[in-house]
Design a protein around this ligand. Structure first.
Ligand SMILES: [Zn+2]
Length: 109
């Protein structure tokens, strides 16, 4: 079972206490965007075999949204962090790079 630590209240919660909210770091498009941009925002998602960034909600706890970085093949969790950031903290990126040499952060679109 996947266990994540809520970065706000510090509680270690099993995934049944949380709610998966999909991919993290989506670039949002709204009014004024092209049809292709809006379609991509609504429907196109990463589905990587490896490092993935996800949005979670501590639904049976403090209720706040946060992000988690984990590997989809090993379920290794590299860390959780505030959903109010545009990219993961450097310490999480360093942990990922230790496990996957050559991995680098990229802007999501
Ligand atoms: Zn919490």
């Amino acid at each position: 079972m996947l266990t994540l630590q809520c970065p706000y209240c510090g509680v270690w919660a099993e995934e049944t206490e949380l709610h998966a909210e999909g991919e993290a770091h989506l670039k949002r498009f709204g009014p004024g965007s092209s049809d292709d941009q809006f379609e991509g925002y609504l429907f196109m998602r990463e589905n990587p075999k490896g490092v993935h960034f996800e949005r979670w909600r501590h639904s049976n706890g403090c209720g706040k949204f946060f992000h988690a970085a984990r590997c989809t093949t090993t379920l290794q969790v590299f860390g959780t962090y505030s959903a109010q950031t545009l990219e993961p903290p450097q310490e999480i990126k360093d942990k990922i790079s230790e496990t996957y040499p050559g991995w680098s952060w990229r802007e999501f679109s």
